[in-house]
Write a protein that binds this ligand. Structure first.
Ligand SMILES: [Zn+2]
Length: 511
């Protein structure tokens, strides 16, 4: 039996409420075989328990492992050659990205995430990016194995599209508007990425069979987004999720054009259309929801569907500011994600939390603004719910798994911080990923004093560097050429769409 006593100057215990978190000064938790047995004061627990080791000097802050509730790949699209644009044209230039080994790429981001205190991730992998001869089973295995090797928890899904795959219009109709040679290239590519509903569901159940028994892994289903999926596919996914007791992760109303697609196609928002299909429910987490209307938000709350909010990504891809204050006021569960696009182009979850904390501060003395405690809850307990680890992680309390992060307080408190400052405020105002020094998952130390215990970071970095120092392959050059030719056609397509009527959820300023 392995046990440890984890000690901190402050320990964030229990579940954060709207305006407070229980902070135990000189606190500790005692864990045995990965389960938190007791939380209390260090001197008391030390007297009564005989742990194998004591972790922490008593000068750190001890908090629950953070959850990145929406994520795709490791090396960022920017690193791989595509700068930020509005979402829809960005999807085109994103296809210019270089090919990276899936296993190494996932290890790279798992290391970055652990370094910033993330212990659980919702990893959403694009099945629709597959090319000729890609073995999706092998791809899924590589990603899940990398997480297993890193020690992180993961809710993995393959996202799938079966319609409107170039722009939000029938593929054939859009391809017919392109110059014939470009249409031929795109048509070939769409053919190579095809996957039947039966094959998609088979892929899901195979991976679930292979990895679902791992206590640190969940396998989810993921229709890419409402405009990208036929009703038949959405219904098949909903039914399979019920049969397998699995979660569903879907992008939803991320951009203005996605909402507009629903209004034009069905005379209602994409979420309202999903409701017609009986799709939303407590097993469904929706990435973004930037363009949810008031009735949409009520519907989310009523059905128990959750939102994974990605503040940095939404700013970078010109998607807008998600109505997080109305969502939380309505009782919607809001989790946080970095979406491979943090503001610093890294995976610093503390930075992402700070951005969320500041972005939703509406003007005026009574303007709503999330508290540090609410943001901490979004990044812990709410993320745990979205990834189907709800009762197991997300808070430091008896009976939960010991996913624990120790944050060095030196840069946060030195040379001076007012002694009355709440520890959660201190973390949200001043903490950075670099301040995280030790991380445990299931009571196992996966990073100690900023050194990975399971994987060799410098080897991973060196391997990636060596592999990417090669010349571009013919396949990569071909994709770059096609994307550069396609881009103006996609931009022209969206320029023809009407503007957005109606008021914004947030009134930042007015002429
Ligand atoms: Zn995404």
């Amino acid at each position: 039996m392995a046990s440890s006593l984890i000690r901190g100057k402050y320990l964030l215990a229990g579940v954060p409420s709207e305006d407070s978190t229980e902070v135990i000064s000189d606190g500790a938790l005692y864990q045995e075989d990965g389960v938190i047995v007791e939380v209390g004061r260090f001197d008391d627990l030390k007297r009564r328990r005989s742990p194998d080791e004591v972790i922490g000097s008593g000068r750190q802050l001890v908090m629950p492992g953070l959850v990145n509730a929406h994520h795709h790949i490791g090396l960022t699209p920017f690193q791989l050659g595509s700068p930020d644009l509005a979402l829809e044209p960005w999807i085109v230039v994103r296809s210019m990205n270089r090919d990276v080994d899936n296993y190494l790429d996932t290890l790279y981001c798992a290391i970055q995430m652990i370094e910033s205190g993330i212990t659980t991730v919702m990893h959403n992998h694009a099945a629709w990016r597959k090319g000729k001869g890609t073995d999706l089973h092998e791809m899924g295995r590589e990603v899940l194995t990398a997480y297993r090797d890193s020690g992180m928890r993961v809710a993995f899904s393959f996202s799938h599209r079966d319609q409107n795959r170039v722009v939000y219009q029938e593929d054939e109709r859009f391809l017919a508007s392109l110059p014939p040679d470009l249409a031929a290239v795109m048509s070939e590519r769409l053919k190579d990425s095809e996957l039947s509903t039966g094959d998609y569901l088979g892929l899901f159940s195979d991976l679930k069979g292979e990895f679902g028994g791992d206590p640190r892994a969940r396998v989810f289903l993921s229709p890419g987004n409402v405009q990208w999926c036929s009703d038949t596919f959405l219904e098949a996914v909903k039914e399979a999720a019920a049969r397998h007791n699995a979660g569903i992760h879907i992008h939803l109303q991320e951009s203005f054009y996605q909402k507009r697609y629903g209004l034009t196609r069905w005379g209602k928002t994409p979420l309202a259309h999903l409701q017609d299909l009986g799709f939303p429910g407590p097993e469904v987490s929706c990435a973004h929801g930037v363009w949810l209307t008031g009735p949409d938000i009520r519907l989310m709350a009523e059905t128990g569907a959750m939102v994974c909010h990605n503040a940095s990504s939404n700013l970078r891809l010109k998607s807008g500011v998600a109505p997080v204050n109305p969502m939380t006021a309505a009782g919607v569960t809001v989790a946080l994600g970095i979406d491979e696009a943090g503001l610093n182009d890294d995976n610093d979850m503390l930075q992402e939390m700070r951005l969320v904390h500041k972005l939703h501060r509406e003007p005026g003395v009574d303007g709503p603004a999330p508290t540090s405690h609410q943001v901490l809850r979004m990044a812990t307990l709410n993320g745990a719910k979205a990834t189907f680890f709800a009762d197991q992680v997300g808070a430091l309390e008896e009976g939960r798994r010991a996913d624990v992060v120790l944050v060095n307080l030196e840069h946060i408190e030195e040379p001076y911080l007012h002694p009355d400052t709440n520890a959660v405020d201190a973390l949200l105002y001043r903490g950075r990923g670099l301040d995280v020094d030790t991380v445990l998952v299931d009571g196992e130390t996966v990073m100690r004093d900023r050194r990975m215990t399971r994987v060799n970071k410098s080897e991973v970095w060196a391997d990636l560097k060596a592999r990417l120092s090669r010349d571009l392959t013919p396949g990569e050059l071909e994709r770059i050429d096609a994307a550069q030719r396609l881009l103006p056609h996609v931009q022209r397509f969206y320029r023809q769409w009407p503007g957005e009527p109606g008021p914004s959820h947030y009134l930042y300023n007015q002429a």
